[in-house]
Write a protein that binds this ligand. Structure first.
Ligand code: SAM
Length: 341
């Protein structure tokens, strides 16, 4: 199925659809083996470790799948102060982490001015660390200010590259064209950009997944986040089943093969639907993990889906446990910044 040369692999549409649909274990194993080969050619056995700081669960968006959507009145909301965010960074630094990922809902309280103040303060105290921001859609001029303040990377999953599917997951005020425009702006400004999508979101089909892969090839993001959709009890999608782990791993492997240099996390969502989800993701081509640095009392409030893993190896304070899991999976924890190649 895959030859043994180091030539770049291309898939036509039928081949991608085949891998999405197949239950043939030999084909699936061949796909994962090829993904491991490609990953090792570029990154060896390294797994980069980033510290995730979830700093606000306020959100003006109303994504039908997400537990922190503005219509969810049952959720207790929180915001971290500048001091609390800096303390998270200090903890991460003491643990040896070289990347801080600041993620939050689309929270207007964190105005451009406030965000640049936070980023500048982190940049001043940690001149050599990578700062990643993930706070959704903003004006290009805001992204430019974030870049000047010291942000190196920006994560903004496209969620689905199919317009009709996007409209089934979001209210009319949110659309795929805006999402894509933001991603292209971020690229133009020079961020290392992360796109990505959920696997198993309601109304997803093999064709929408194909569109996701083709969009990633067009955008060529440096990072790609792929994780299963997991229902959250207080959302319109509460009754849908969570995404299938094997399909998630297949999409991750296809992405690794087609974007060989991408930085791809073994996501918390994968670890949340299976106790060995993260290890399986590493074996299907993932090369990043993001333990959580947020204070313990707010971790459970960032409830984007039910039964989100936040203890054990997901918690940055248990870094030794996470490192051991990486080693047990046959890989090497890498404490460098892990910038895009
Ligand atoms: N507001 C930022 C944004 O829009 O990019 C970042 C926060 S948002 C909560 C981070 C990611 O969580 C989304 O891109 C989405 O893919 C994921 N997410 C939200 N709800 C989810 C669910 N029910 N299951 C799995 N992933 C979910």
């Amino acid at each position: 199925m895959f030859n043994n040369t180091n030539d770049t692999v291309f898939f036509n549409d039928d081949e991608i659809i085949h891998f999405i649909k197949t239950e043939n274990q030999n084909d699936i194993e061949a796909l994962f083996a090829q993904a491991r080969k490609v990953r090792e050619e570029h990154y060896g056995k390294s797994v980069f470790i980033r510290g995730l700081i979830e700093f606000t669960n306020h959100c003006k968006c109303d994504c039908y799948y997400c537990g922190i959507r503005c219509s969810n009145t049952k959720l207790e909301r929180f915001r971290l102060s500048l001091d609390e965010i800096l303390n998270c960074c200090r903890t991460g630094d003491r643990l040896g982490l070289k990347t801080f990922v600041l993620q939050g809902g689309e929270d207007p309280w964190f105005s451009t001015k406030r965000v640049t103040e936070i980023v500048s303060a982190i940049r001043q105290e940690f001149p050599d660390h990578a700062i990643t921001l993930s706070i959704g859609e903003r004006h290009e001029s805001d992204y430019e200010l974030f870049s000047r303040a010291g942000v190196n990377r920006y994560l903004l999953r496209h969620e689905t590259a199919d317009e009709k599917h996007y409209a089934l997951l979001h209210p009319p005020s949110q659309n795929l064209a805006d999402r894509k425009r933001c991603l292209w702006s971020l690229k133009k400004i020079g961020f290392q950009v992360g796109a990505g999508f959920m696997v198993g979101s309601p109304h997803q089909t093999p064709l929408t997944l194909l569109a996701d892969i083709r969009f990633l090839e067009e955008l060529q993001p440096q990072m790609v986040g792929i994780g299963p959709f997991i229902p959250q009890k207080d959302t319109p999608f509460s009754e849908y089943p969570h995404g299938n782990l094997t399909l998630c791993l297949k999409m991750l492997a296809i992405t690794r093969i087609l974007l060989p240099k991408a930085l791809i996390p073994a996501t918390t969502a994968m670890g949340s639907i299976a106790h060995n989800g993260r290890e399986l993701a590493l074996k299907a081509g993932a090369n990043v993990v993001m333990p959580n640095l947020s204070p313990p009392d707010v971790k459970k409030l960032y409830a984007i889906y039910d039964n989100k893993a936040y203890g054990g190896p997901e918690a940055a304070e248990n870094l030794a446990l996470l490192k051991q899991k990486i080693i047990n999976a046959g890989y090497e924890p890498d404490m460098n910044r892990g910038d895009a190649m």
